[in-house]
Design a protein around this ligand. Sequence first.
Ligand code: BJ8
Length: 381
Amino acid sequence: MSDTVRLPEVFESFTEARRAGFLEMKKLKDSGQGVVGVFCTYTPVEIFMAAGLIPVSLCSTSDETVAEAEKTLPRNLCPLIKASYGFAVADKCPYMYFSDLVVGETTCDGKKKMFELLGEIKKVHVMQLPQTQNTNLALEQWRSEILILKSKVEEIFGVTISDDDLRQAIRSKNQERALLKELYELSRQSPPPLTGLEQLRILFGAGYKFDHSKKLQELREAIEALKNKAASPVDKADKRIVITGCPMGGATEKVVQAIEDSGGVVVAYENCIGAKQYDRQVRESGDPVMALAQHYLAIGCSVMTPNPNRLELLERLCRDFKADGVVEVVLQACHTYAIETNAIGQFLKARSWPFLSLETDYSQGDVERLKNRAAAFIEML
Ligand code: BJ8
């Protein structure tokens, strides 16, 4: 890669954020800062921000502790769940260690049962997430769950969260969403100014920067640097791929690598590392708790039935990013995403977008198979 296409230095700090964040978090803890560990995009993190707490993602993305987890959990379980639990029992995740409270939701069956076990070693609060989106009952239930979470946080941390605190947190988080969206939307260009792997690492790293205003400033700098880049690292002829499916980062970079080693470039992530989190803003007017309830309940995850919002977002991304094809990543034993595969394939076929679904886990044992399948798919585009 020549100097003109190499990413500017500001990006290094995003790539290194998860590791560097360990030390930063230790310093924050030493100064008395409260920390809340979270697992899912449905978690209304504004509640913690409004309370002056730091939310941090606990979803582990390596297979380092899967064997440890399998002493308790079944082998035939999603690697994300096994890794998350494994890091907790093995006491190997500093973010889990530093979390004063862990918040989970009743999303998939595996996760909600894992939270019961996690509750034996950490202070855990589980939000009862409705399984459907478009009813008043579901919205009211989710709003009540957010109010329960708010009370729980106030009680545990001895704070009071006012509506104004919530409005301020909503504005701050919206700024972050807008900047991350602006950044990944630069990949609408042809060729995009960064590879899909670089985009993934920035999106992933942004979750491990705990000084919010500094993070926003760094994102602005990163966007400027990308806009001013003299040349792209991507060949204009590379096939433009939108990724959908389970959350990614860490070990699952191997899928992006396989695509980008085969003449493709990932331009957008529909999943929880990307657009699913940052595409929409929380409404800044009216009752802030209702605004949070409406925003989070509308996330298009396969744990919802039915799940039309995933299709709406996926179609929009395919059009906006001029996709040549869609690759779905399904983590092994994730039944809800695996069952949606067929409907997603039909939906895309009806719109003439080629589709490939890849099942994987956090091991490196299937790298060759992924490469072969990605290469065959891209060759056909
Ligand atoms: S909003 S995608 S982060 S639930 S853990 S469902 S992979 S079997 S992670 Fe998720 Fe929230 Fe939805 Fe996003 Fe499947 Fe594994 Fe369950 Fe998973």
